[in-house]
Design a protein around this ligand. Structure first.
Ligand code: PRP
Length: 190
């Protein structure tokens, strides 16, 4: 088996649970945007995996959006740490105009909520027709800001989690599961 398993304390969500959550989100999104075009914006880098699986799951739904385009935006606030710096940095913007378009912003996790709030406020200023937000995971206990979340896949306990896009020091994003790391897997933070 892969060596990453030695670093994992507990699998919180396995592949089938993640896939079922993505499918449920896709069903709701397809219903809400039935017959309308939609631009799905994935938040780099963490949402890469949830984003690509979600857009394909939307495409599998009958009576979904009339057209689906994809874009990416890159925001970051954690750096190498397990705690947010509290300051969101925009590293890459979406290309082109979103004015008058239906936009769905997709992130992997909403933790304290600052990233989603920052991106929502940034995009809403550009006058999209509808702006909706989706997150595969949310940690309600950690929320600092009351940001609107339209689609949520899974409620996550208050623990630092990795896998399926989520990293610790850029590692573990490739895991097909979402898991808690063993304490000894963390480097000392000062
Ligand atoms: C993570 C995650 C979310 C954000 C959520 O990104 O992908 O975008 O943090 O945290 P918040 O709700 O507390 O703001 P990170 O800054 O680690 O960048 P990355 O996606 O490139 O890993």
């Amino acid at each position: 088996m892969n060596s990453y398993r030695e670093s994992i304390a507990e699998v919180l969500f396995d592949e089938s649970r993640i896939s079922a959550a993505i499918d449920e989100m896709a069903a709701a999104i397809a219903r809400d945007f039935s017959g309308e075009p939609i631009l799905v914006v994935g938040v780099l880098k963490g949402a890469l995996f949830a984003f690509t699986d979600l857009v394909r799951a939307i495409a599998r739904r009958p009576n979904g959006p009339s057209d689906l385009s994809v874009e990416t935006i890159w925001a970051s606030s954690y750096g190498n740490a397990t705690r947010s710096s509290g300051e969101v940095q925009l590293r890459k913007d979406v290309a082109g105009s979103i004015r008058g378009r239906n936009v769905l912003l997709v992130d992997d996790i909403v933790d304290n909520g600052l990233t989603m709030q920052y991106l929502r406020e940034l995009l809403v200023q550009r006058a999209p027709a509808r702006l909706r937000t989706a997150a595969l995971l949310e940690k309600p206990e950690r929320r600092l800001v009351n940001v609107r979340l339209d689609y949520v896949g899974l409620r996550c306990p208050n623990a630092f989690v990795v896998g399926y896009g989520l990293d610790y020091r850029e590692l573990y994003r490739n895991l097909p599961i979402i898991a808690r790391l063993k304490p000894e897997s963390f480097a000392p933070e000062n």
